[in-house]
Design a protein around this ligand. Sequence first.
Ligand code: ADP
Ligand code: MG
Length: 406
Amino acid sequence: MPPLHTPAPDADERDDLRDAAVEGFRARYGTDPEGVWQAPGRVNLIGEHTDYNDGFVLPLALPQATRVAAARRDDGRLRLHSAQAAQGAEVELAGLVPGAVSGWAGYPAAVVWALREAGFEVGGADLYVDSDVPVGAGLSSSAALECAVGLAYSDLYGLDLEPSRIALLAQRAENDFAGVPCGVMDQMASSCCAPGAALFLDTRDLSSRQVPLDLADAGLVLLVVDTQVKHELADGAYAARRAGCERSAELLGLAALRDLPPTDLEAALTRLPEGELRALTRHVVTEDARVERVVALLDAGDLRGIGPLLTEGHASLRDDFAVSCEETDLVVATAAAAGALGARMTGGGFGGSVVVLAERADAERIAGAVAEAFAAAGWKPPRSFTAVPSAGARRLGFPAAVHNEG
Ligand code: ADP
Ligand code: MG
């Protein structure tokens, strides 16, 4: 097989993390990988549960990312190992159908399946995965894994896929193979985000725009608080919310709830049965409007102005969409009381993480107040870190030294 083009390493690249992936690959497979690819986790600034309603989202990529060291195989086999998983897996591509691979290996296998389903005649590979994206924290470690594998395959097999194409294939993989009915936000964020910006994405047609988000320059911090809880009902509840939204749109004669303008909301609600469907609809319509208002404020350079919209968004997710939980509600309430500009749960809900916008000078005190509140409630301490808007999926520069050693 022809050698791959080797780009120069980017300045912001963490060589130690790339090298760890290379070393892990060598230890497992006894040869050098052909390259290392990485895709980030994400937080969503605002626009929650809108992506399966053809609506708007505004995610940013995290510096935490999943790396995949990879080399092609010509025997139609996919071999998989992860530094985060005890068990590896070996898969014959010829018999690869949804349900054939369980556990974590289902995610990378699903991406290869989706590529082949889309007509790309890709072959096997050895893959070694390593990641510093917290797993199951609502920060999209699953999309990071899928998009890193998708980009690795695109490069290795010369497919030259657009980032948004990789995102769609990764979403298909998660929907139809892993069986998770997610929208397209996570994969688009992981594939398409740019450093220093949030991605304003219209999930109807995938048109997008990078919205500058220079938090440091404004003296602000976006804190991510990982509650470290994931409640059991998450998966079933997600599917139920999605079905409810689709039912509402159908009853209103709309292609999707995105098509209901805020000015028509009150009248439309009276045409829905009282209760859940009205609440779901109200969340989606008001949330889309909040995303547009946040983008307008960011465009105008008013970063502090978005705080109240974040908190309003959380109230809507708590009261109307009913996907928050005690832990995320406590983070939001405690952060507000400790002087945060705004806070909301991020991701699907029922646990996971909260984003908190704060003055840099207040961030540590707010994180401390949240930790104390968790201790007082008798809960495991949350993990907090600062979100720096980072790059989307990319190939990492591969040092010549690695190739030469062999
Ligand atoms: P989230 O995407 O919010 O982190 P999910 O439940 O959607 O949570 O995805 C987590 C799953 O993705 C894990 O249980 C595992 O199967 C898979 N996964 C993610 N990252 C890795 C990794 N580095 N190594 C192995 N499996 C991973
Ligand atoms: Mg996920």
